[in-house]
Design a protein around this ligand. Structure first.
Ligand SMILES: [Zn+2]
Length: 354
């Protein structure tokens, strides 16, 4: 087993440092167990630490990429600002592993996220390595294969003592979080995995909903999440159709966008009661990279020409939706409204394909 020594306050956190598993574990948890490239929920054992700008990029190609991304020429590829958790599949041939850096806006978007997480990555890695034995134990625990029955039995037998230890430190600390994964069927029969991660009062609101409504929270969130997915597609499609200047070009039409990755997480819930009516508000965040083929008319040439393009959009934002349950009205089940997109950021670009 690796020994985790105390990191000095000043030592820089960097890929290739002495605690690679700690760095990997911190990235895995900060990205909420998702691969940053495909957005899918992944087990710690299937996560590797990836260089967003590949470390295989060298010389002139690296210089060009850095300058197009607006980064200094001495940008350190091993710095947390360039690191993210990736799954084995995405890091293999044919996907991120063979990225030719033509998708620079996608890379730029991932670099912004990494830059935002950098101080927290550094803080957690330092904190983690200060816990010495506990860090090593934790990494081993994260890698445990729960499909293995003996390991599962070991968990069941020994985890209660950890929960008791937390409870002894304070009532609020025991069993404080609710974690569920819900598979939502979206357009084209695709399955989208949404993580529901609620702590403290959010957890209590969700439990109240389950108790009153008599249905698991997964059932309640399915329709609003499918609806959110549709709204994001519609917004992206119209954003892509708005990319051409209609004074110069004719109208641009877009096919239905397909998602390279799609991530939706529900992170908070609250409940409001008025008489026999309960209103539950859920909120969360989403992130997606969508692409579609576009056709644009050129009405000003000698003959009408048609330009084929690929349109890409990286979008992220937050959403809310409410579910109500009214005992006075004799409601059987909580009724969920459509999702509302609360904030929206988009990065949209086109590439000529023919
Ligand atoms: Zn992946």
């Amino acid at each position: 087993m690796t020994e985790y020594r105390k990191a000095s306050r000043t030592s820089a956190i960097s890929y290739g440092g002495k605690d690679p598993d700690v760095l990997r574990s911190v990235l895995h948890s900060l990205y909420k167990s998702r691969c940053y490239w495909c957005g899918k929920l992944k087990d710690f054992a299937d996560i590797e630490t990836d260089h967003i700008i590949p470390k295989t990029l060298r010389g002139r190609a690296l210089e060009q990429a850095l300058s197009r991304l607006g980064l200094p020429h001495d940008f350190d590829l091993n710095n947390p600002a360039n690191l993210a958790p990736i799954c084995g599949r995405c890091n293999g041939p044919g996907t991120k592993g063979s990225l030719d850096m033509t998708h620079l806006p996608v890379v730029a978007s991932h670099l912004r996220t990494a830059q935002r997480f950098k101080p927290e990555v550094e803080r957690r890695v330092r904190e983690f390595t200060n816990r010495r034995g506990l860090a090593a134990a934790f990494v081993t625990l994260s890698a445990a294969d729960l499909d293995d029955e003996q390991t599962r039995t070991f968990f069941k037998e020994n985890m209660p003592s950890i929960v008791r230890k937390q409870a002894a430190a304070g009532d609020d600390l025991a069993d404080f979080a609710l974690y569920r994964v819900v598979e939502v069927e979206v357009g084209g029969g695709e399955l989208l995995e949404t993580a529901i991660e609620l702590e403290y009062s959010s957890k209590r609101a969700a439990q109240l909903l389950e108790t009153l409504g008599g249905v698991p929270i997964q059932t309640v969130v399915q329709a609003p999440i499918a609806d959110l997915w549709q709204q994001i597609h519609d917004r992206v499609q119209s954003a892509l159709e708005g990319t051409g200047d209609e004074e110069v070009w004719g109208p641009t039409t877009s096919g239905p966008p397909t998602a390279h990755y799609f991530r939706v997480d529900i992170t908070a819930a609250e409940s409001l009661r008025s008489k026999a009516r309960f209103e539950f508000t859920f909120s969360g965040e989403f992130e997606s990279h969508l692409a579609a083929s576009l056709v644009r008319d050129n009405p000003h040439g000698w003959t009408t020409t048609i330009l084929d393009l690929q349109g890409d959009a990286v979008v992220q934002g937050t959403f809310t939706f409410t579910a109500t349950w009214d005992a006075g009205e004799g409601d059987d089940l909580p009724y969920a409204e459509e999702a509302t997109i609360e904030s929206w950021e988009q990065d949209v670009w086109t590439t000529e394909t023919g």
